[in-house]
Design a protein around this ligand. Structure first.
Ligand code: SAH
Length: 383
């Protein structure tokens, strides 16, 4: 059954003009903020506990802070998350929230309940600046990076909405956007997800997924120890250049080297490779053999993703039979391979189906519309 509830349509009023949003800081940032105003750094842990563990947003109730500090925070700061404007629940229990940002754009966050865990799929950008041909977020173009508050705010708002109905045990940065192109804000938000004074998730339960922004992958390996997933999707540069165009900048040999470097972070650490199954494009058994060869020197797991279609998408999903054959070949070669279960399809919440509402600054979606209408011989869309 599909439950559909419209919560609010309006753009949220800013709490106070120019107020400093305290959700924009991880613990280190918050400590620096307090030190900058002549306070002790431990105020950071006190504040994190109030916000993320006690759910208190009213500074007057933060009783272990001095009265003058509370008054200062009340006057100059706020705790503001993007507003949930729409909530949908799929027949399989998957929930999707549409969140309105202060600039009027909308991003999406998805909660996937399973027997033993609850995974939140979080967005990092409004739209996406990359142009992966099989992804509907890409067709929308790009507006801007989300702030740290807007990223951690998705976790905060989702957990509040879930209440006792579900617990977020895992976070995957696999929503809208390329997280490594919003490096600082994403890292600060992931630090908060893993901080014992806020969400306290273990590093194995926080995963960042990238299309392969190689220099940022090295930076990540240095500063933030989370699980890494790489959207591979092709085993030759020729095909990957087409499907994941950032490959033209950072080809497969450079990508694999960055993965090997990340895998060195800990013994027995693996990188997860995502591979979308596109009928007749990348799903031959030759491709599977190529994948085995490519991953020979990388400690790897593979997650095969059945392609989720969207309007005007040029691809079809591989048959179940083909996906299973592909999986068997990889498993037989000794690579742990799973098939991602498609969840939330009836509310467009599956991988690659998140679109929100993006005021495109890249004008890419217009080019897409023009291409489609030319292909269909239809009138051109008005600009
Ligand atoms: N930009 C990041 C994270 C967002 S996408 C990245 O590329 O990894 C999360 C995953 O969904 C990626 O592996 C992406 O390639 C995959 N995906 C995108 N569109 C899809 C679609 N239509 N069907 C199935 N998977 C898709």
């Amino acid at each position: 059954m599909l439950i559909f509830s419209l919560l609010k349509k309006s753009v949220p009023e800013p709490v106070k003009p120019n107020a400093i949003n305290l959700l924009d800081f991880d613990r280190k940032g918050l400590a620096a903020f307090f030190v900058g105003m002549g306070e002790k750094p431990f105020r950071a842990t006190q504040l994190l506990k109030w916000i993320y563990q006690e759910g208190i947003e009213d500074f007057d109730l933060m009783t272990n802070l001095s009265k003058p500090l509370r008054a200062y925070l009340k006057e100059h700061c706020c705790i503001a998350t993007p507003e949930i404007v729409l909530e949908q629940q799929a027949s399989d229990g998957t929930r999707k929230w549409v969140l309105q940002t202060s600039c009027g754009n909308r991003v999406e966050t998805v909660f996937i309940p399973e027997e033993s865990r609850g995974t939140l799929c979080v967005s990092s950008q409004i739209g996406c600046a990359l142009a992966c041909t099989f992804c509907s977020t890409a067709q929308q173009g790009f507006n801007r990076n989300l702030t740290t508050a807007e990223i951690i705010g998705q976790v905060y708002a989702a957990q509040n909405r879930l209440g006792n109905a579900g617990k977020i045990t895992n976070v995957v940065m696999m929503g809208m956007g390329e997280p490594l192109l919003n490096f600082d804000n994403v890292v600060a938000a992931m630090n908060l997800m893993m901080d014992d004074f806020s969400f306290g998730l273990s590093k194995r339960r926080v995963t960042i997924s990238t299309s392969g922004v190689v220099p940022a992958m090295y930076r990540l390996t240095e500063v933030c120890d989370v699980s890494l997933a790489v959207s591979l999707h092709a085993v030759t540069d020729e095909l990957r250049d087409e499907l994941v165009p950032i490959n033209k900048k950072y080809p497969l040999n450079e990508l694999m080297e960055a993965c090997r470097e990340n895998a060195k972070l800990a013994p027995r650490r693996t990188v997860t490779f995502e591979y979308v199954m596109l009928d007749g494009i990348n799903d031959s058994l030759t491709d599977a053999h190529g994948l085995v060869k490519l991953l020979e020197t990388v400690p790897a797991k593979i997650n095969l993703i059945p392609f989720n279609p969207f309007p005007n998408s040029p691809y079809r999903c591989s048959s179940n039979n083909r996906i299973n054959q592909f999986k068997t070949l990889l498993n037989d070669a000794g690579i742990v391979t799973t098939i991602r279960k498609t969840r939330g399809e009836d509310i467009d919440a599956a991988c690659g189906q998140l679109v929100g509402q993006v005021q495109d600054k890249s004008r890419r979606h217009l080019k897409q519309q023009l291409q489609t209408s030319e292909q269909n011989g239809a009138a051109q869309p008005s600009v």
